[in-house]
Ligand binder design. Structure first.
Ligand code: M6R
Length: 609
C-alpha cells in the first residue's frame, strides 16, 4: 500500500508530483505529503485526507521546485493524521516510504540512545534518522541510503531527498514496487507506471535490493554491496485512457463494463486456435505441468474466490484433486509439502504480501511447480513463480476487484482444460465445445450487463438494509461469497455467504423479513436442491432476490423477486453470475453515498501483512 512519486526536472515538478499521487491514490488515501528543495531550503507539506487536500495546500503555499518526493498513505504504524503523514524528516533530509520495516523498534531504540528524537508513530521515521546517522558519519546521500537499507528488515520502497544535495534524489526498493521513469526533461520514480505516463513511457523496473540515484539527465543503480548494475529501459504500452475515468462515474463502474473487453483480451491467445496448449502458461509449462498430481491454490480476497470456483472445475473436468487456501493462513500453517503439486497463486496486483509469502513458503518447502495468475506482468509474485499467466484486464483502479476476477476465472478455465488434456481426459469434441464457450464469453457477459437498470431498482431497496445473506451451491457458492464481499466492501452492509445446503445448520435462525436473501440460481444440476433451500427461507418470512437462469422456473411471487439471467452457460456460468452481484453492490453503494472506489480502511494493493 502507499504510493510514492519522485521527480527531478528542468520544469516545476510540484504538478507532476500531485498528478502522480492522484494516479496512485488507489494504493492508499488517508493522508498525503510532499517534500521539495526550493531556493536551497527543504520544505515539507502534509495533509490528512486525500491528495486533493494536499493539492489545495500546495496551491495556498505557492509550492514550486525542480526536485521533490511525494507520498499518499495507507496507515500501518500510527493513526492517519498529519503528524504521521509522510515525508518524515531528519535534519535536512526527507523520506517517503511504502512497506513495513519489521526491525524498526530495534533501530528506533538504538537511534534514540544516540539522541534522535521521534515525532511520529511511524516506522518510516526510523529510516529517516538512520539515513541521517550515516550522513552524519561522513557518507554522501547515495551511500548513506545504501548503508541504511542494508540494515532494514521487511519490505520497502523509499525515496529520499536532502537539502544539502539538491541535484539528486535517491530511491531504493526491496519487496515493494518502484520503477524509474526516464523523461525528456528529467528523471522520475514511482510505485507504478500510471503515475508517470504524464511525463514518460520509458521505464526501468528496479529489482529487490537496488538503490538508485536520480539526476536531471542521468541515473545510476547499485546493488546492496555497492556494485553498479545496468537495468533495461522498457517502453510502457499502458495507454493513458486505460487509467482515465472517461464517461463513467467511478472506476468500479468502468471496470465492470470493461469486462467483455478484458475477457476478450485475456482470451485472445485462443482466438482461432483449435486446441489448448501448455505453452499458454510459459515456455517451461510442459516440464512443470507434466506429471502434476494435485493443485494447491493460494490467494486472498476476491482472488481466493476465483480459486474456489476453479476447484470445482479442476476436480470435475480435469479430475485433478485441488485444495484452495487463504494465503495468510497457509504461510504459517504446518502443511504437508508435495513436490508433485502445482502451486497456483492468484493475484490481481501481484504485490499482495500474504500471497507472495505463501508462494515463497511453498517453494521453500520444496514445491517447485508454481504458476502465477496475475494482472501485472512485472510484479513480485510473477517473478517468483516458475510459470505465469498474465490476465489482460488492463489496470484495475477501483479497490473492489471486478474485471480482474472474471479474467482470473478465464485463466483458470484454460488451466483446467490444459491439465485435463495433459491427463488425457479431454476428448477433442469436448475441448472444441469448451473453447467455443470461452470465445463467446465476452458476448455472454455483455448480455448480462444489459440487466443493469433492473439491478439498479433492486439496489434502492438494499441500501436501507443492515444485513444481507447470499446463497449459492456448487461452483456458484464462491460466487455468493464474492457477492457478499463486494457488498460489504463498498456499501458497508454486513453480508455473509453460505452454501445454501448449510442454511438449516445455523444461519436460518437469522432469517426474518428484514434480512434480504440473495440467491444465485443457475439452471444446473443443483437447481432443484437450491429451490428447496429457497422454500425454507420463504417459510420463515425471508425476502428473496433470485438471479435465475432462463428456464429455471422459479416464479415471481410475494417476497420472491426474480432477475432473469440469460440461458445457463455450463461450466463458465460463474463468470456470468458474478456480474449482476457486482452491479448490485455498486448501485447499493451509490444509493448509500459511500466512496465507491476508495472504501474506508481499505487499499488496492495489500503489501503488508
Ligand atoms: O491483488 P490481489 O488480487 O492479490 O488482492 C487480493 C485481495 O486483497 C483483493 O482481491 C480484495 O479482496 C479486493 N479488494 C476485493 O474486492
Amino acid at each position: 500500500m502507499c504510493g510514492i512519486v519522485t521527480a527531478i526536472s528542468t520544469a516545476d515538478i510540484v504538478p507532476v508530483l500531485l498528478e502522480g499521487l492522484r494516479k496512485l491514490e488507489y494504493r492508499g488515501y488517508d493522508s498525503a505529503g510532499l517534500a521539495i528543495v526550493s531556493n536551497g531550503r527543504l520544505a515539507r507539506l502534509r495533509a490528512a485526507g486525500r491528495v486533493a487536500e494536499l493539492a489545495a495546500l500546495a496551491e495556498r503555499e505557492h509550492a514550486s521546485a525542480r526536485i521533490g518526493i511525494a507520498h499518499t498513505r495507507w496507515a500501518t504504524h500510527g493513526v492517519p493524521s498529519e503528524r504521521n503523514a509522510h515525508p518524515h524528516i531528519s535534519g535536512g533530509l526527507a523520506v517517503v516510504h511504502n512497506g513495513i520495516i519489521e526491525n524498526f523498534e530495534a533501530i528506533k531504540s538504538a537511534l534514540q540512545a544516540r539522541g534522535y528524537v521521534f515525532e511520529s508513530d511511524t516506522d518510516t521515521e526510523a529510516i529517516a534518522h538512520l539515513i541521517h546517522s550515516k550522513l552524519a558519519a561522513g557518507a554522501d546521500l547515495f551511500e548513506a541510503v545504501r548503508l541504511a537499507t542494508n540494515e532494514l528488515h521487511g519490505a520497502y520502497a523509499i525515496a529520499v531527498l536532502a537539502e544539502a544535495e539538491p541535484e539528486r534524489a535517491v530511491v531504493a526498493r526491496s519487496g515493494a514496487p518502484l520503477l524509474l521513469g526516464v523523461g525528456e526533461h528529467g528523471m522520475y520514480a514511482a510505485s507504478d507506471t500510471a503515475a508517470l505516463l504524464q511525463v514518460t513511457r520509458q521505464v526501468i523496473y528496479l529489482e529487490d535490493g537496488d538503490v538508485a540515484e536520480l539526476r536531471l539527465a542521468s541515473h545510476r543503480i547499485v546493488r546492496p554491496d555497492g556494485s553498479s548494475v545496468e537495468r533495461e529501459i522498457h517502453l510502457s504500452s499502458l495507454s493513458a485512457d486505460a487509467v482515465e475515468l472517461g464517461q463513467f462515474r467511478h472506476y468500479m463502474q468502468k471496470e465492470i463494463f470493461e469486462q467483455p473487453q478484458a475477457l476478450a483480451q485475456t482470451l485472445e491467445i485462443i482466438t482461432g486456435g483449435g486446441s489448448v496448449a501448455p505453452q499458454l502458461f510459459g515456455a517451461r509449462a510442459l516440464e512443470v505441468l507434466g506429471g502434476v498430481q494435485r493443485v494447491l491454490v493460494l490467494a486472498c480476497g476476491t482472488s481466493y474466490h476465483a480459486g474456489l470456483v476453479a476447484r470445482y472445475w479442476l476436480e470435475s473436468v480435469a479430475k485433478v484433486p485441488c485444495s484452495v487456501e487463504i494465503a495468510s493462513e497457509y504461510r504459517y500453517r504446518d502443511s504437508v509439502p508435495d513436490p508433485d503439486t502445482l502451486v497456483v497463486v492468484i493475484s490481481q496486483s501481484g504485490e499482495t504480501a500474504d500471497t507472495l509469502a505463501a508462494l515463497k513458503h511453498a517453494i521453500a518447502q520444496g514445491m517447485q511447480r508454481t504458476l502465477a495468475i496475475c494482472n501485472v506482468p512485472e510484479s513480485a509474485i510473477v517473478r517468483e513463480a516458475s510459470l505465469r499467466f498474465i490476465t489482460r484486464a488492463g489496470p484495475e483502479i477501483g479497490v473492489a476487484s471486478t474485471k480482474a476476477f472474471t479474467t482470473q476465472l478465464a485463466a483458470l478455465a484454460l488451466l483446467t482444460l490444459t491439465l485435463a488434456k495433459l491427463a488425457g481426459r479431454l476428448p477433442e469434441e469436448q475441448e472444441a465445445r469448451h473453447l467455443q464457450n470461452l470465445r463467446h464469453l465476452p458476448v455472454a457477459v455483455q448480455k448480462v450487463l444489459e440487466l443493469e437498470p433492473e439491478i439498479e431498482r433492486w439496489a434502492q431497496r438494499f441500501a436501507a438494509k443492515q444485513h444481507a445473506l447470499f446463497l449459492g451451491r456448487g461452483r456458484h457458492w464462491p460466487i455468493a461469497m464474492e457477492g457478499a464481499l463486494k457488498l460489504k466492501e463498498i456499501s458497508y452492509i454486513h453480508a455473509e455467504a453460505y452454501a445454501a445446503g448449510e442454511l438449516k445448520h445455523g444461519p436460518l435462525a437469522l432469517v426474518d423479513r428484514d434480512m434480504p436473501v440473495i440467491a444465485v440460481a443457475p439452471a444446473d444440476e443443483l437447481l432443484e436442491k437450491l429451490k428447496s433451500n429457497l422454500q425454507e427461507v420463504r417459510a420463515r418470512g425471508g425476502e428473496l432476490y433470485v438471479f435465475a437462469d432462463a428456464g429455471s422456473e422459479i416464479p415471481e411471487s410475494e417476497g420472491v423477486h426474480i432477475l432473469h439471467m440469460p440461458e445457463h452457460y455450463g461450466m463458465l456460468s460463474p463468470v456470468l453470475h458474478v456480474v449482476p452481484l457486482q452491479l448490485l453492490s455498486y448501485h447499493a453503494a451509490l444509493v448509500k453515498g459511500t466512496d465507491v472506489d476508495k472504501p474506508r480502511n481499505l487499499a488496492k494493493s495489500v503489501t503488508v501483512e
